[in-house]
Design a protein around this ligand. Structure first.
Ligand code: NAD
Length: 263
């Protein structure tokens, strides 16, 4: 039993219908979860349109994890409109690296660009959880999204590889810090999927083709695959799981030598 009916979720990272976080919203909503979205102001009109498609969205407030105060804004707005309410699930589906992280070899990426990528794509998990904690029920489940370039080389992913490695480390550290209070924090390592964020990765089309041809399942994953695993991690079915990085990648990460190498 999923037992999610009437639970409350904060979902951060919806920018469009292609967003992995949007598929997660749909999946959580189907299980009876009430949703509160944190959105970047530049996507406001899109969020207004999407809200019409999902009645489970009970509220949506601006959130920018680049600054502490702008992160706090979301929780102030949530608490003002919903006094005394707390959430059971936090979805952190946020990633960003400036263009300067991708348009030159990693040796020459500017410090400022590295810092931005690390702040938004990795350290924001800590920032979100710190602000969210007073509004989380005991036994909450937080799920963040990562990518396998955290542990293995993927050409063109560059600084985002470092950010994802740090994000996975935050997942372990925070799960140990908050575990004694019953909070769980896990990461899902998704295979590549065409989204707004992915379109910024040079060569993403070729990476998708390569994975589809060589993953054990001989296909790419989609938003729905990731949302399914997220639903499990959000529910009590995964009650003994924390600090983990779960791969939803059609099995690609377990391969080393592609079949074509020996043909
Ligand atoms: P997306 O572009 O739909 O989502 C990225 C989200 O990050 C957007 O909603 C954007 O508003 C938000 N964001 C960026 N900067 C922010 C800031 N300063 N404050 C608040 N929000 C901010 O793309 P997506 O692919 O759905 O990405 C979601 C997560 O999944 C990211 O962490 C991404 O790295 C991860 N991921 C994606 C893939 C893929 O191939 N698409 C693979 C593995 C992991």
């Amino acid at each position: 039993m999923l037992e999610l009916n009437g639970k409350v979720a904060f979902v951060f990272g919806v920018a469009s219908e292609d967003s992995i976080a949007w598929a997660i919203c749909e999946k959580l909503a189907a299980a009876g979860v009430i949703l509160y979205l944190g959105y970047q102001k530049r996507f406001m009109s899109r969020i207004f349109q999407l809200k019409e498609k999902l009645p489970a969205i009970a509220g949506f407030y601006p959130l920018d994890v680049a600054e502490d105060e702008l992160t706090a804004e979301f929780f102030t707005a949530f608490a003002t409109e919903n006094p005394g309410m707390k959430a059971d699930i936090l979805i952190h589906a946020i990633g960003f690296a400036p263009k300067g992280c991708f348009d030159r070899p990693i040796l020459f990426v500017e410090n400022e660009d590295i810092n931005t990528a690390m702040t938004i794509s990795a350290n924001s998990l800590q920032r979100c959880l710190r602000h969210a904690l007073p509004f989380l029920n005991e036994g909450s489940s937080t799920i963040t999204l990562t990518y396998a370039a955290s542990t293995r080389f993927v050409p063109s992913y560059g600084i985002m590889s470092m950010a994802k490695a740090a994000l996975e480390c935050w997942t372990r550290e925070l799960s140990c810090h908050l575990g004694p209070e019953g909070h769980r924090i896990n990461a899902i390592s998704s295979g590549p999927i065409r989204t707004l964020a992915a379109s910024g990765i040079p060569g993403i089309g070729k990476i998708l083709d390569h994975v589809a041809a060589n993953a054990p399942l001989r296909r790419n994953v989609n938003q729905d695959d990731v949302a399914g695993a997220t639903l499990w991690l959000a529910s009590s079915l995964s009650s003994g799981v924390t600090g983990q990085c779960i791969y939803v990648d059609a099995g690609y990460s377990i391969t080393m030598v592609p079949e074509y190498a020996i043909e």
